[in-house]
Design a protein around this ligand. Sequence first.
Ligand code: KG4
Ligand code: ZN
Length: 366
Amino acid sequence: MILLIERNIFRTTKNRLFKFAPKLKIMSTYILGIESSCDDTSAAVLQDDTILSNVIANQDVHIKYGGVVPELASRSHQQNIIPVIHRALQEANINKNQLDAIAFTRGPGLMGSLLVGSSFAKAFAMGLDIPLIEVDHMQAHILAHFVQVKDKPKATPKFPFLCLTVSGGHTQIIRVDDHFKMTLLGQTIDDAAGEAFDKTAKIMGLPYPGGPVVDKLAQVGNPKAFAFPFPQIQDLDYSFSGLKTSFLYFLRDQLKLNSNFIEENKADLAASMQYTIVEVLMKKLVMASKQQGIKEIAIAGGVSANSGLRNAIKNGEKAYGWNTYIPDFQFTTDNAAMIAITGLFKYQKGEFSNQEITPYTQSIFK
Ligand code: KG4
Ligand code: ZN
């Protein structure tokens, strides 16, 4: 007990000192990360770059609506945030007074959802008198590659590397020169890759979120059973809305001939759509690698959980001489460990936020 109190006094002193000398390194740094940008409430604790806990509360409330309902998402975040943070601290086996900083997702995302996480983070940081650190969600997806799992050391990408960031809201090819020097090389001009998966599922009458369902079906289907047109988009940009429309029209025509068409061809349809989406993603990534002369290749975001994409990236090692970096499943979809690691890099630079900070909804990459 006495030891703990002394440790806490020491921590507080350390944090006060840190405000003036951020590079001072006395002992381990403990960062709490908070993620609430969309429909997952997550909290994670890192000890330096090693994960101690990563708790995620998914919101089932959206399933019956076939997509995220923003108002319901923010209400669920309000219900979940305290228990999730409490559990993250418990699983990490640390006391809140041991935390050195609170990192939170400032954006992009849904405003109502972001407000819950950011308001909590501000209050908690103020209460504990420790630094508050804003994190960009898309940068965090990329920096998830730097989180270490205890006793499972993992190679991290070497700078400069390219990252294909594919999620429910974004599809971006980013050149990463250091933890925070990131340049957008290409992005979708309409739907994101995750949306393409989710809409494929929706059109087939499969549940939301559709990506994992399509992935599972695709594993037992024939990817060449049906051919869908590839978008003709300039440079390194993407487009997925045309593919969605042609899938919709194709099914409409087939259903006129056979009302059981979807049921009878479920796996082949999923495999063919997944194959097309992955081929589209890979084509521009290969182009970007050649243009930039970079063979360090990473993927990030929810769609990086996709088996077809993971295989295609891995095959790039043989086909193009790439070194590839594929995240552990727990770091693909939204999680707070990625927020905490980004927070750690900012903490080491002494980049802190003030209490006036407000969330933003759009990507910082232009
Ligand atoms: O990164 P994320 O959790 O949230 C956003 O920041 O958007 O990504 C969610 C997206 C959803 O569209 C979901 O369907 C997709 O990632 N996703 C997948 C898979 N797992 C999640 N898409 C394809 N295959 C998967 N296995
Ligand atoms: Zn995300």
